[in-house]
Design a protein around this ligand. Structure first.
Ligand code: F3S
Length: 304
């Protein structure tokens, strides 16, 4: 049997950068505050807590005059202003790709465009993006968008006829954004479309598609709260009959390949899954099934 670990599995650039900035800030200040979990991974959050990262859910729960880490998802402009008022020192780990979206929506709003965000309404990244917009709407699915644009209401007419600017949550499923863009091009007379899906997301989804298409079992590793891991799971289930969504090695029973002859096993992981968890899963498969590893690059990644 053969195990292949996706080359793109695990931390993306933005998450790695945020974790490193948190570690450095703990060394520099002794301890810091963060708004929400720095990344969507319980194990990694616990490790950072032990280093000195305190968590607050709301900006007003943060004490005055302390360093505050802004996570990779970014925050609304109002939160940055509130931190300033409280005399806090922002350690801004907003992923530069998310920061670029903030810049786009602010500029396009100033140019009079109504902003349409394609993404998950309650995801912190989308909440953050909306906080840099003027007038805006969020649509989660092509169906939702179609319904909003097709009606005979004042709002629907406005969206069709007024200048609109469209951006995507960085981790959205590429297919969803493409369908929405096509529909907007057809319906809206004055639309400017910005493809803001992150390359790391695109690459990860493409590789998951390829791997799932040729695997008998696909293992997707990541936290249940991680939206980019959920996307990988959705993509995998559309192409592979047996997909396991696990948070870490404890999600494996050791019975996964029982009764299967020479199965091909694919492993991928979300952008907030640390390499040590991927390694544990791979090792557990190996211990219990004597699997040969199929990915040469994985060995190098494990050394990091
Ligand atoms: Fe940034 Fe892309 Fe990761 S937007 S946080 S590098 S998934």
């Amino acid at each position: 049997m053969m195990v292949t670990v996706a080359k793109t599995a695990g931390f993306c650039f933005g998450v790695r950068r945020a974790v490193e900035m948190a570690e450095q800030a703990c060394t520099q200040y002794g301890s810091i505050w963060a708004l929400g979990d720095i990344i969507h991974n319980t194990h990694e959050v616990e490790r950072l807590e032990a280093l000195g990262v305190h968590k607050a859910e709301h900006v007003d729960d943060v004490p005055d005059n302390v360093p505050v880490l802004i996570r990779a998802h970014g925050v609304p402009e109002s939160v940055m202003l509130r931190l300033k008022e409280k005399g806090c020192t922002p350690v801004d780990a907003t992923c530069p790709f998310v920061g670029k979206i903030h810049h786009i929506v602010r500029e396009e709003s100033q140019n009079g465009r109504h902003i349409i965000i394609i993404g998950s309404r309650n995801h912190p990244e989308v909440v953050g993006i909306q906080g840099w917009c003027g007038a805006s709407d969020v649509f989660e699915t092509p169906e939702e968008l179609e319904k909003a644009l097709s009606g005979d209401t004042e709002k629907a007419r406005q969206l069709r006829e007024k200048p609109v600017g469209i951006v995507a949550q960085t981790t959205i499923n590429r297919k969803i954004f493409d369908i929405c863009s096509k529909f907007i091009k057809k319906e809206c007379t004055n639309a400017k479309i910005f493809d803001t899906i992150c390359n790391a997301t695109d690459e990860r989804q493409k590789e998951a598609r390829l791997l799932a298409g040729k695997s008998d079992i696909m293992i997707v590793i990541g936290d249940r709260k991680s939206s980019n891991t959920k996307r990988l799971y959705e993509i995998s289930t559309s192409l592979c009959d047996r997909v396991l969504y696990i948070e870490d090695a404890s999600g494996l029973t050791g019975q996964e390949v029982r009764g299967m002859e020479r199965p091909f096993i694919g492993i991928t992981a979300g952008a907030s899954t640390p390499a040590w968890i991927i390694k544990e899963v791979r090792n557990m498969m190996s211990d219990e099934t004597r699997i040969e590893t199929g990915s040469e690059d994985f060995a190098a990644m494990l050394e990091e």
